[in-house]
Design a protein around this ligand. Sequence first.
Ligand code: NOJ
Length: 756
Amino acid sequence: MLKKLLLSALLAPILSHGVLAQNQTQSEIAMKIESLLSKMTLEEKIGQLNQYTARWEMTGPAPTGSSEQELLEEIKNGKVGSMLNVTGAEATMKAQKLAVENTRLGIPLIFGYDVIHGYKTMFPIPLATASSWDPSAAELSAHVAAVEAAASGIQWTFAPMVDISRDARWGRVMEGAGEDPYLGTKMATAQVRGFQGNNLSADNTIAACAKHFAAYGFVEAGRDYNTVDISEYTLQNVVLPPFKAAVDAGVATLMNSFNVIGGIPSTANPHLLRDILKGEWGFDGFVVSDWNSIGEIKNHGVAPDLKEAARLAIIAGSDMDMEGYAYLPFLKQLVEEGLVDEALIDDAARRVLRVKFELGLFDDPYKYSKLDEKGLILNEENLKAAREVAKKSIVLLKNENNLLPLKKAGQKIAVIGDLADDKDSPIGSWRAQAITGSAVSLLEGIENAVEDQSSVVFERGPVFISNEPQFTQHLQYNETDPSGIEEAVELAKEMDVVVLALGENCFQTGEGRSQTDITLKGYQQELLEAVCEVNKNVVVVLMNGRPLVINWMAEHVPAIVEAWHLGSEAGNAIADVLFGDYNPAGKLTVSFPRSVGQCPIYYNHFSTGRAADTGTVFWSHYTDESNDPLFPFGYGLSYTTFDYSDLNLSAGEITADQKLKVSVVVKNTGVFDGEEVVQLYVQDLYGSIARPVKELKGFEKIFLKAGESKTVEFELGAADLAFFGVDKTWKAEPGNFNLWVGTNSQSGLKGAFKLK
Ligand code: NOJ
């Protein structure tokens, strides 16, 4: 172990993620770290591994450790390396002064915060942004968030969440890129780039944190914090690729996940942290625990007490203790008793210090607290960017008889639903410093877009939530008072078209918000059916953070716009789509189930031994529901139509060192200009282990004018076909492959080739 650590210390300058503080080379930083480490006492090193939350804002269970006063004293005594949830130039400056001016070595704190999809200017929730299939949109969202967070004294975000999830019950589906590892890697890379840029010490970048390592999205039955029990196959082929991509993109930190995998808490899993992450992948940043996930090793029943939990976590490779109160009290004792090698503490401290050096904190610990906080946050430019990303995130699920786009004049529009004038829900869960109620509502967006505002009339319908939504409390849905339905119906009768907002309150999703029922809550279904009875031109605008079961709606409503929680500019972005100023091009990155009983549901499943309908009961199916999703992965419509033709493969066979060129002609056959996400899927017909029925291996978003055609080309090589197989290595196995190029995971032109 010691030898391995020493080696990683020596290799650090070479393996480094290459995101450097200005004018500092990695070897200069390495020298500075070693010189500083040599001056540090064991207590001071352990202090660097300790992270506390500010007492005034908490994103987890209330701290049981020190009081606020004690905490301030501990900072002054060098016992704290990082704080989370301290925000604002003034507050961070104050806390930083405590560390820099009072501690023996003046080592600055690093301030971390959950800047997930915006800081004050809110961008769409990450699941929505992923639906753009546009990595540059994800990068822009992360970049603006970094600019604003940095201007508010933050140097480190706990994002991106790169957890793959296949289960809509899990509340945190909203925070990731969906169910597919290939798309997940593209989004992870883009987000890391957006947060960190090329230079971590620049004023407009912050350190990113890929989380939650690992497999947190696979909690059993979609219940948050629950057990995970997945195979090494799934871990390697599905869960880890986005983390690997984040590491390759230079992510500065990773966060542990709360769950166990095969009974081993991730926070105490040396195979994950030492063998894979810090060994195989050469990661030289640091790993922060999740909120008390070191303490929770005890709750998992894997350590009898906090001291043993601390021992397991540091040995496994968890470098910083977030709110676990485990490292500070016990690590020194563990070293003195010979139960923990001091080299492990050195290694962890070295990693933390490296990120602080790279951020430029040793050059000027206050620099993030001296930026133009007012000018950089929530300005016009940022809001414009938020609107751009928001409109790209919208997915058109249905548009019968071209009901959409609507005309801006000459028709009377009823806007109905409690969510329609909600200025808060569009901000979404994980909202950092967003101002409550500051989003452009759907109603406002529509009013801004039409020529004559008097053509738009709003009717709330039944109240949706009957308590004040809050971050830490459960919502209560109104399930007792249907009043408002009648008024909504009366209005719908008189109007040419109805825009009906339905879905989820923002606090229905996010951490700690798993659900067993993913249909519409409250009186929304009743309202929908009543309105549809009197008006045939109903456009449902869905606002939600997870796939919903909307079978009735999909069958009876002519137009459905999936608008997620789109952030500050939500209403304007939705109106851009409703009125055709922007032709929607988003595609789902999660399958929409027909029933919660289908969860987990995902397109890249195995075939099973009994996939074909035998006409008896003895095949893999449900007796009361189809196997298919309501809307598949990759699905999304446009106001125009695209025709795919001329699929061409450069060869019928390739060797491991050759590339297969795949081309297809895509034509815009409608009357609107528009974008299309051209998707390439592959099926490895058989392997040493079962292979998915389809896997996304490429995509390209193209713009075509009405009538225009374009040839889209992809390249496939052995590396793209490789998987972690029975011999526990990544390689492509020779054999036959199918491929499809098309508009979603369930359609496409089909070809075949052989890998020799
Ligand atoms: C717990 C969450 O799981 C994690 O994602 C978040 O970053 C921390 N709390 C800090 O708020």
